[in-house]
Design a protein around this ligand. Structure first.
Ligand SMILES: Cc1cc2nc3c(=O)[nH]c(=O)nc-3n(C[C@H](O)[C@H](O)[C@H](O)COP(=O)(O)OP(=O)(O)OC[C@H]3O[C@@H](n4cnc5c(N)ncnc54)[C@H](O)[C@@H]3O)c2cc1C
Length: 373
Protein backbone atom coordinates (compact mmCIF):
# COMPACT_ATOMS: atom_id res chain seq x y z
CA UNK A 1 0.00 0.00 0.00
CA UNK A 2 1.58 3.30 -1.08
CA UNK A 3 0.67 6.92 -0.22
CA UNK A 4 0.24 6.19 3.43
CA UNK A 5 -1.01 8.97 5.68
CA UNK A 6 1.34 9.97 8.48
CA UNK A 7 0.32 12.06 11.49
CA UNK A 8 2.89 13.47 13.90
CA UNK A 9 1.51 14.30 17.32
CA UNK A 10 3.61 17.03 18.96
CA UNK A 11 5.97 19.52 17.33
CA UNK A 12 9.04 19.75 19.54
CA UNK A 13 12.43 18.64 18.22
CA UNK A 14 11.44 15.01 17.68
CA UNK A 15 8.25 15.92 15.81
CA UNK A 16 9.74 18.73 13.71
CA UNK A 17 12.79 16.70 12.68
CA UNK A 18 10.66 13.64 11.82
CA UNK A 19 8.43 15.84 9.66
CA UNK A 20 11.43 17.28 7.80
CA UNK A 21 13.17 13.93 7.32
CA UNK A 22 9.99 12.26 6.01
CA UNK A 23 8.98 15.08 3.69
CA UNK A 24 12.46 15.34 2.20
CA UNK A 25 12.26 11.61 1.46
CA UNK A 26 8.96 12.14 -0.37
CA UNK A 27 6.69 10.93 2.44
CA UNK A 28 3.96 13.50 3.07
CA UNK A 29 2.98 14.12 6.69
CA UNK A 30 0.84 16.33 8.90
CA UNK A 31 2.02 17.67 12.25
CA UNK A 32 -0.38 18.54 15.08
CA UNK A 33 0.97 20.89 17.77
CA UNK A 34 -1.05 22.25 20.67
CA UNK A 35 0.86 25.53 20.80
CA UNK A 36 1.87 28.09 18.17
CA UNK A 37 5.51 28.93 17.31
CA UNK A 38 7.59 30.64 18.57
CA UNK A 39 7.37 29.86 22.27
CA UNK A 40 9.72 29.26 25.20
CA UNK A 41 10.25 25.84 26.77
CA UNK A 42 12.00 24.76 29.94
CA UNK A 43 15.31 23.47 28.58
CA UNK A 44 19.03 24.09 29.15
CA UNK A 45 19.36 24.75 25.38
CA UNK A 46 22.79 23.11 25.06
CA UNK A 47 22.88 20.64 22.14
CA UNK A 48 25.60 18.03 21.78
CA UNK A 49 27.63 18.36 18.57
CA UNK A 50 26.84 14.72 17.77
CA UNK A 51 23.79 16.01 15.80
CA UNK A 52 25.63 18.46 13.52
CA UNK A 53 26.30 16.26 10.43
CA UNK A 54 22.71 14.97 10.43
CA UNK A 55 21.20 18.46 10.76
CA UNK A 56 23.47 19.61 7.92
CA UNK A 57 22.36 16.64 5.80
CA UNK A 58 18.74 17.85 6.21
CA UNK A 59 19.88 21.42 5.54
CA UNK A 60 18.57 22.55 8.93
CA UNK A 61 21.73 23.29 10.92
CA UNK A 62 20.83 26.74 12.35
CA UNK A 63 24.10 28.52 11.44
CA UNK A 64 22.26 31.75 10.57
CA UNK A 65 20.92 32.00 14.15
CA UNK A 66 24.55 32.25 15.34
CA UNK A 67 24.50 29.61 18.06
CA UNK A 68 27.23 29.77 20.71
CA UNK A 69 30.01 27.18 20.51
CA UNK A 70 30.61 25.39 23.81
CA UNK A 71 33.83 23.52 24.57
CA UNK A 72 34.50 23.82 28.31
CA UNK A 73 32.73 22.28 31.29
CA UNK A 74 32.72 23.52 34.88
CA UNK A 75 31.26 21.52 37.73
CA UNK A 76 30.74 22.89 41.24
CA UNK A 77 29.56 21.08 44.37
CA UNK A 78 26.79 22.15 46.77
CA UNK A 79 29.34 24.07 48.89
CA UNK A 80 31.11 25.62 45.90
CA UNK A 81 34.13 23.41 45.22
CA UNK A 82 34.92 23.71 41.50
CA UNK A 83 36.55 21.69 38.71
CA UNK A 84 36.89 22.41 34.99
CA UNK A 85 37.37 20.06 32.07
CA UNK A 86 37.49 20.44 28.29
CA UNK A 87 34.49 18.78 26.64
CA UNK A 88 35.36 15.92 24.37
CA UNK A 89 32.81 16.61 21.65
CA UNK A 90 31.27 19.88 22.85
CA UNK A 91 28.05 21.40 21.69
CA UNK A 92 26.20 24.54 20.70
CA UNK A 93 23.79 26.82 22.51
CA UNK A 94 20.57 28.02 20.90
CA UNK A 95 17.23 28.97 22.45
CA UNK A 96 14.29 26.67 21.77
CA UNK A 97 12.29 29.82 21.00
CA UNK A 98 14.52 30.41 17.96
CA UNK A 99 15.44 26.85 17.06
CA UNK A 100 11.93 25.37 17.02
CA UNK A 101 10.61 28.36 15.06
CA UNK A 102 13.47 27.99 12.55
CA UNK A 103 12.69 24.27 12.12
CA UNK A 104 8.96 25.01 11.80
CA UNK A 105 9.67 27.45 8.96
CA UNK A 106 11.99 24.95 7.25
CA UNK A 107 9.38 22.19 7.60
CA UNK A 108 6.71 24.43 6.06
CA UNK A 109 9.03 25.20 3.13
CA UNK A 110 9.51 21.46 2.58
CA UNK A 111 5.72 21.00 2.48
CA UNK A 112 4.78 19.71 5.93
CA UNK A 113 1.12 20.44 6.71
CA UNK A 114 0.74 21.97 10.21
CA UNK A 115 -2.28 22.09 12.51
CA UNK A 116 -1.26 24.54 15.24
CA UNK A 117 -3.14 25.41 18.45
CA UNK A 118 -4.60 21.93 18.12
CA UNK A 119 -4.42 19.42 20.95
CA UNK A 120 -4.56 15.70 20.29
CA UNK A 121 -7.01 14.27 22.82
CA UNK A 122 -7.25 10.64 21.83
CA UNK A 123 -5.49 8.24 19.48
CA UNK A 124 -7.15 4.92 18.69
CA UNK A 125 -6.11 2.08 16.42
CA UNK A 126 -8.56 -0.26 14.76
CA UNK A 127 -8.52 -2.33 11.54
CA UNK A 128 -4.98 -1.29 10.64
CA UNK A 129 -5.94 2.37 10.84
CA UNK A 130 -5.66 5.29 13.32
CA UNK A 131 -8.30 7.79 14.39
CA UNK A 132 -6.90 10.95 15.96
CA UNK A 133 -9.34 13.08 17.95
CA UNK A 134 -8.30 16.67 18.57
CA UNK A 135 -10.03 19.65 20.16
CA UNK A 136 -10.81 20.83 16.61
CA UNK A 137 -11.13 18.05 14.05
CA UNK A 138 -10.93 14.31 13.63
CA UNK A 139 -8.00 12.98 11.56
CA UNK A 140 -7.27 9.56 10.13
CA UNK A 141 -3.90 8.02 9.33
CA UNK A 142 -1.94 4.85 8.65
CA UNK A 143 0.97 5.78 10.94
CA UNK A 144 1.08 7.91 14.09
CA UNK A 145 4.34 9.28 15.45
CA UNK A 146 4.09 10.13 19.16
CA UNK A 147 6.40 13.08 19.76
CA UNK A 148 4.35 14.75 22.48
CA UNK A 149 7.22 15.12 24.95
CA UNK A 150 7.87 14.11 28.50
CA UNK A 151 4.31 14.23 29.80
CA UNK A 152 1.01 14.64 28.00
CA UNK A 153 -2.67 13.96 28.55
CA UNK A 154 -2.19 11.32 25.87
CA UNK A 155 -0.04 9.29 28.27
CA UNK A 156 -3.09 9.02 30.53
CA UNK A 157 -5.33 8.04 27.62
CA UNK A 158 -2.80 5.38 26.60
CA UNK A 159 -2.59 4.06 30.19
CA UNK A 160 1.20 4.37 30.33
CA UNK A 161 2.49 3.22 33.72
CA UNK A 162 4.97 6.08 34.39
CA UNK A 163 2.12 8.59 34.44
CA UNK A 164 0.47 6.84 37.39
CA UNK A 165 3.45 7.66 39.64
CA UNK A 166 4.08 11.16 40.94
CA UNK A 167 7.50 12.54 40.10
CA UNK A 168 9.23 14.95 42.48
CA UNK A 169 11.17 17.05 39.95
CA UNK A 170 10.47 20.65 38.99
CA UNK A 171 12.27 22.54 36.18
CA UNK A 172 12.84 26.33 36.09
CA UNK A 173 14.35 28.40 33.28
CA UNK A 174 15.45 32.03 32.76
CA UNK A 175 17.28 33.97 30.08
CA UNK A 176 19.84 36.42 31.40
CA UNK A 177 22.30 39.05 30.41
CA UNK A 178 25.52 38.16 32.18
CA UNK A 179 28.54 40.17 31.10
CA UNK A 180 31.46 38.09 32.30
CA UNK A 181 30.17 34.64 31.51
CA UNK A 182 32.58 32.91 29.04
CA UNK A 183 31.26 32.22 25.53
CA UNK A 184 32.43 28.63 25.37
CA UNK A 185 31.48 27.39 28.86
CA UNK A 186 28.71 25.18 30.19
CA UNK A 187 28.62 25.25 33.99
CA UNK A 188 26.75 22.78 36.17
CA UNK A 189 26.29 24.04 39.72
CA UNK A 190 24.95 21.77 42.43
CA UNK A 191 22.67 22.91 45.22
CA UNK A 192 20.80 20.91 47.86
CA UNK A 193 18.45 18.52 46.04
CA UNK A 194 19.06 20.00 42.62
CA UNK A 195 21.45 21.29 39.99
CA UNK A 196 21.59 24.29 37.69
CA UNK A 197 23.08 24.54 34.18
CA UNK A 198 24.31 27.82 32.71
CA UNK A 199 25.52 28.43 29.17
CA UNK A 200 25.27 30.97 26.38
CA UNK A 201 22.69 30.79 23.62
CA UNK A 202 22.39 33.19 20.66
CA UNK A 203 22.40 37.02 20.81
CA UNK A 204 24.40 37.55 24.00
CA UNK A 205 21.81 35.72 26.05
CA UNK A 206 22.66 33.25 28.78
CA UNK A 207 20.38 30.34 29.66
CA UNK A 208 20.03 29.45 33.33
CA UNK A 209 17.97 26.33 33.88
CA UNK A 210 17.69 24.19 36.99
CA UNK A 211 16.06 21.02 38.21
CA UNK A 212 15.00 20.86 41.84
CA UNK A 213 13.25 18.38 44.07
CA UNK A 214 9.71 19.52 44.86
CA UNK A 215 10.48 19.53 48.61
CA UNK A 216 12.70 22.63 48.18
CA UNK A 217 9.67 24.53 46.88
CA UNK A 218 7.39 23.19 49.59
CA UNK A 219 9.75 24.38 52.33
CA UNK A 220 9.90 27.92 50.94
CA UNK A 221 6.97 30.10 49.98
CA UNK A 222 7.89 30.75 46.35
CA UNK A 223 10.64 30.33 43.74
CA UNK A 224 12.49 33.53 44.69
CA UNK A 225 12.64 32.63 48.38
CA UNK A 226 13.75 29.10 47.54
CA UNK A 227 16.52 30.42 45.27
CA UNK A 228 17.81 32.73 48.01
CA UNK A 229 17.63 30.09 50.72
CA UNK A 230 18.84 27.04 48.77
CA UNK A 231 20.61 27.89 45.49
CA UNK A 232 22.55 30.78 47.06
CA UNK A 233 24.32 28.30 49.39
CA UNK A 234 26.51 27.62 46.35
CA UNK A 235 28.64 30.83 46.07
CA UNK A 236 28.86 30.51 42.27
CA UNK A 237 25.08 30.57 41.94
CA UNK A 238 24.73 33.43 44.41
CA UNK A 239 27.15 35.58 42.35
CA UNK A 240 25.40 34.76 39.09
CA UNK A 241 21.94 35.63 40.46
CA UNK A 242 23.30 38.90 41.90
CA UNK A 243 25.13 39.98 38.73
CA UNK A 244 22.57 38.93 36.11
CA UNK A 245 19.90 40.99 34.42
CA UNK A 246 16.83 38.72 34.14
CA UNK A 247 15.13 38.98 30.74
CA UNK A 248 11.82 37.21 31.50
CA UNK A 249 9.06 38.77 33.64
CA UNK A 250 8.74 35.43 35.37
CA UNK A 251 10.54 32.10 34.94
CA UNK A 252 9.32 29.29 32.70
CA UNK A 253 8.47 26.31 34.92
CA UNK A 254 7.37 22.69 34.59
CA UNK A 255 6.72 20.02 37.16
CA UNK A 256 6.27 16.25 37.36
CA UNK A 257 9.38 15.53 35.28
CA UNK A 258 9.72 11.75 35.16
CA UNK A 259 12.80 9.69 34.26
CA UNK A 260 10.97 6.36 34.47
CA UNK A 261 11.43 3.78 31.73
CA UNK A 262 8.90 4.06 28.87
CA UNK A 263 8.23 1.95 25.78
CA UNK A 264 9.17 3.14 22.26
CA UNK A 265 6.02 1.63 20.71
CA UNK A 266 2.63 1.83 22.45
CA UNK A 267 -0.68 0.78 20.87
CA UNK A 268 1.08 0.84 17.44
CA UNK A 269 2.16 4.48 17.98
CA UNK A 270 5.88 4.98 17.29
CA UNK A 271 7.27 7.17 20.08
CA UNK A 272 10.19 9.57 19.59
CA UNK A 273 12.09 11.97 21.86
CA UNK A 274 10.98 12.29 25.48
CA UNK A 275 7.76 10.40 24.72
CA UNK A 276 9.95 7.29 24.24
CA UNK A 277 12.21 7.97 27.23
CA UNK A 278 13.69 11.00 28.96
CA UNK A 279 17.35 11.28 29.95
CA UNK A 280 18.22 13.28 33.08
CA UNK A 281 18.94 16.90 32.05
CA UNK A 282 22.41 17.00 33.64
CA UNK A 283 23.62 14.88 30.69
CA UNK A 284 22.74 17.65 28.21
CA UNK A 285 21.70 14.97 25.72
CA UNK A 286 17.86 15.03 25.59
CA UNK A 287 17.71 17.18 22.47
CA UNK A 288 20.33 15.09 20.66
CA UNK A 289 18.34 11.97 21.57
CA UNK A 290 15.10 13.55 20.33
CA UNK A 291 16.80 14.36 17.01
CA UNK A 292 18.49 10.96 16.72
CA UNK A 293 15.31 9.03 17.57
CA UNK A 294 13.45 11.07 14.92
CA UNK A 295 16.07 9.99 12.38
CA UNK A 296 15.86 6.28 13.25
CA UNK A 297 12.07 6.37 13.38
CA UNK A 298 11.78 8.18 10.03
CA UNK A 299 14.02 5.59 8.36
CA UNK A 300 11.66 2.82 9.48
CA UNK A 301 8.54 4.72 8.43
CA UNK A 302 10.04 5.41 4.99
CA UNK A 303 10.72 1.70 4.56
CA UNK A 304 7.14 0.88 5.63
CA UNK A 305 5.79 3.38 3.09
CA UNK A 306 7.97 2.34 0.18
CA UNK A 307 8.65 -1.38 0.54
CA UNK A 308 5.86 -3.80 -0.31
CA UNK A 309 5.96 -6.71 2.11
CA UNK A 310 7.55 -4.75 4.99
CA UNK A 311 4.75 -5.13 7.51
CA UNK A 312 3.59 -2.88 10.34
CA UNK A 313 4.66 -5.56 12.81
CA UNK A 314 8.18 -5.68 11.34
CA UNK A 315 8.42 -1.89 11.38
CA UNK A 316 7.34 -1.72 15.04
CA UNK A 317 9.71 -4.50 16.15
CA UNK A 318 12.66 -3.15 14.17
CA UNK A 319 12.14 0.37 15.48
CA UNK A 320 11.72 -0.76 19.11
CA UNK A 321 14.93 -2.83 18.87
CA UNK A 322 16.89 -0.04 17.19
CA UNK A 323 15.69 2.47 19.81
CA UNK A 324 16.65 0.16 22.70
CA UNK A 325 20.10 -0.56 21.24
CA UNK A 326 20.79 3.13 20.73
CA UNK A 327 19.38 4.73 23.89
CA UNK A 328 18.51 2.34 26.75
CA UNK A 329 22.03 2.27 28.29
CA UNK A 330 22.37 6.04 27.97
CA UNK A 331 19.16 6.60 29.93
CA UNK A 332 20.30 4.19 32.63
CA UNK A 333 23.73 5.88 32.92
CA UNK A 334 21.98 9.27 33.24
CA UNK A 335 19.80 7.99 36.09
CA UNK A 336 22.88 6.59 37.93
CA UNK A 337 24.99 9.72 37.48
CA UNK A 338 22.14 11.96 38.67
CA UNK A 339 22.52 10.29 42.09
CA UNK A 340 25.91 12.05 42.44
CA UNK A 341 24.17 15.42 42.24
CA UNK A 342 22.26 17.59 44.73
CA UNK A 343 23.99 16.32 47.86
CA UNK A 344 26.95 17.87 49.69
CA UNK A 345 29.00 14.70 50.00
CA UNK A 346 28.34 13.11 46.61
CA UNK A 347 28.62 16.39 44.68
CA UNK A 348 32.06 16.91 46.27
CA UNK A 349 32.90 13.38 45.18
CA UNK A 350 31.86 14.23 41.61
CA UNK A 351 34.00 17.39 41.64
CA UNK A 352 36.96 15.42 43.05
CA UNK A 353 36.54 12.86 40.27
CA UNK A 354 36.73 15.68 37.71
CA UNK A 355 39.73 17.27 39.49
CA UNK A 356 41.86 14.22 40.21
CA UNK A 357 40.75 11.55 37.73
CA UNK A 358 39.65 13.39 34.57
CA UNK A 359 39.71 10.14 32.49
CA UNK A 360 37.04 8.66 34.81
CA UNK A 361 34.94 11.83 34.55
CA UNK A 362 35.31 11.76 30.74
CA UNK A 363 34.33 8.10 30.67
CA UNK A 364 31.15 8.86 32.66
CA UNK A 365 30.32 11.78 30.35
CA UNK A 366 30.77 9.58 27.27
CA UNK A 367 28.33 7.05 28.74
CA UNK A 368 25.56 9.66 28.53
CA UNK A 369 26.27 10.64 24.91
CA UNK A 370 26.18 8.92 21.55
CA UNK A 371 28.53 8.92 18.59
CA UNK A 372 28.34 11.63 15.94
CA UNK A 373 25.65 10.70 13.40
C1 LIG B 1 15.15 21.28 33.24
C2 LIG B 1 15.53 20.68 31.92
C3 LIG B 1 16.71 21.05 31.28
C4 LIG B 1 17.07 20.45 30.06
N1 LIG B 1 18.24 20.82 29.46
C5 LIG B 1 18.64 20.22 28.32
C6 LIG B 1 19.86 20.60 27.68
O1 LIG B 1 20.56 21.55 28.07
N2 LIG B 1 20.24 19.91 26.56
C7 LIG B 1 19.48 18.88 26.05
O2 LIG B 1 19.90 18.29 25.05
N3 LIG B 1 18.31 18.54 26.62
C8 LIG B 1 17.87 19.18 27.73
N4 LIG B 1 16.67 18.85 28.30
C9 LIG B 1 15.84 17.81 27.63
C10 LIG B 1 15.16 18.34 26.38
O3 LIG B 1 14.47 19.54 26.65
C11 LIG B 1 14.18 17.31 25.85
O4 LIG B 1 14.80 16.05 25.84
C12 LIG B 1 13.70 17.64 24.44
O5 LIG B 1 13.03 18.86 24.43
C13 LIG B 1 12.78 16.54 23.93
O6 LIG B 1 12.18 16.93 22.71
P1 LIG B 1 10.76 16.32 22.30
O7 LIG B 1 10.51 16.74 20.92
O8 LIG B 1 10.69 14.89 22.66
O9 LIG B 1 9.72 17.03 23.31
P2 LIG B 1 9.32 18.58 23.43
O10 LIG B 1 10.39 19.45 22.93
O11 LIG B 1 8.85 18.74 24.85
O12 LIG B 1 8.05 18.72 22.45
C14 LIG B 1 6.83 18.06 22.69
C15 LIG B 1 5.76 18.87 21.95
O13 LIG B 1 4.52 18.16 21.97
C16 LIG B 1 3.46 19.09 22.16
N5 LIG B 1 2.33 18.33 22.72
C17 LIG B 1 2.26 17.69 23.91
N6 LIG B 1 1.06 17.08 24.05
C18 LIG B 1 0.38 17.35 22.90
C19 LIG B 1 -0.91 17.02 22.44
N7 LIG B 1 -1.74 16.25 23.19
N8 LIG B 1 -1.32 17.47 21.24
C20 LIG B 1 -0.49 18.23 20.47
N9 LIG B 1 0.75 18.59 20.86
C21 LIG B 1 1.17 18.15 22.05
C22 LIG B 1 4.06 20.12 23.12
O14 LIG B 1 3.37 21.36 23.07
C23 LIG B 1 5.48 20.23 22.59
O15 LIG B 1 5.61 21.24 21.62
C24 LIG B 1 16.25 19.46 29.48
C25 LIG B 1 15.05 19.11 30.10
C26 LIG B 1 14.68 19.70 31.30
C27 LIG B 1 13.38 19.31 31.94
Amino acid sequence: MRNKKIIISGGGLAGLISSIHLTRAGVQCQLIEKQSYPFHRVCGEYISNEVVPYLKSLDVYPEELRPSSIRQFQLTSVNGKSASLPLDLGGFGISRYQLDYFLFQKAKQYGVEFHLNTEVEKISFDSNHFLINTNRELYESDVVIGSFGKRSKLDIQLGRSFIQKRSPYVGVKYHLQLKNFPNDLIALHNFKDGYCGISRVESDRVNLCYLTHRKNLKTHRNIKEMEEAVLFQNPFLKNIFKEAIFLFDKPETINEISFETKAPVVEHILMAGDAAGMITPLCGNGMAMAIHSAKILSEHVIRFCNEDGYSREQMENDYANAWTRMFARRLQAGRHIQRLFGDMWTSNLAVNLALYTPPVANYLMKKTHGEVF
